[in-house]
Ligand binder design. Sequence first.
Ligand code: MG
Length: 432
Amino acid sequence: MTINLAEVAKEKSIKYFLISYTDLFGSQRAKLVPASAITGMQKSGAGFAGFATWLDMSPADPDLFARPDPESLIQLPWKPDVGWLAADLWMDGKPVEQGPRNALKKQIAIAAEQGMQMKTGVECEFFLISPDGTGIADTADTQIKPCYDQQALMRRYDVITEICDSMLQLGWQPYQNDHEDANGQFEMNWNFDDALVTADRHVFFKYMAKAIAEKHGLRATFMPKPFVHLTGTGCHMHVSMWKGRDNCFEDGNAPYGLSQTGLHFIGGIINSADALAAILNPTVNSYKRINAPRTVSGATWAPNSVTWTGNNRTHMVRVPDGDRFELRLADGAVNPYLMPASVLAAGLDGLKNARDPGPRLDINMYTEGHTVVDVKKLPLNLLDALRALENSTVLHDAMGSLVPSYLKLKHIELNDFARHLTQWERDTTLDC
Ligand SMILES: [Mg+2]
């Protein structure tokens, strides 16, 4: 039965709904709609001018409608007057192909035709910095190896527990919070679930962490590499495919406990990795995290090559147990919908074409990576990644017009970056 949002508003004392969509750059756009107007909005959607956001639209295009998905409703724990709703994008009576949430739903539907469901978990890392963005907010957080630092974690007890309490209240089953490997960096974990449920939670988590940090006079950032000498911000993704209650990746009799399905899915990820980087590492700054030199803590914890392994955190794909794999490529800037959409597209291609992931490498890639030959390297910068995406028939075929739209906007962004004269150029070139 369809959920009647006007009724829900009365039951839960919701005064306003935030009808929210995520554009191609991961920015969240919203209209704040009084509960008295939600019935019409639930039917037709909230109207937007698509050109005004990152969706590759024209000012001459008709209205873009964001139709809220009532299943996604989240009553803001820190402002219960407001109900947040993830929305799907429509124009001219049709779903917008380059809408990120639509793109994920498309891949989910393709998997469902094969009787399969993707489940995902995400490890959200972020920094708590000063409101002006110049430095780590906690000036006492200076250890060289700050990972799991109890004292620094507890100095942020109020903000971390307000976020965690919110997740508990929302039923996400959060299970741990810690100080991560960089000064000022934290990670919060909640249970894995269906890929669309996790994507909606991921996008909401980013909003929630920023909003609650602001309440505490801080700023939460998911920027991949805000401080060049410190470990960057990853967004590790745990992936499994299911048929009903059966995990398709698990095979107790197979090597590493990983089924043929699991191997071929990983083969698809390995095959499309350089093109996936354009989506999973979407900013100029992303490439200062992957391929990075060693940080002061001793390791970047980010991959540099297209390799897979068992329970070893120096590779792009880690298989901790046969029931899932961890993709360590994405960073904090990743679009929460395009990440699972593109990974599912690449994985389904792996299944369709029985792609071989190549040999499992049980070495420390940070110190022994140079000893292996014929291993693909990850793109060194955004331009290389965009070119790889341009050449990816797998992602073009699977994601349709989203790919050229994404590439067009990302090239505009990259050209904007290239126009900037940096201090490094002056320092190294003035006396040429
Ligand atoms: Mg982590």
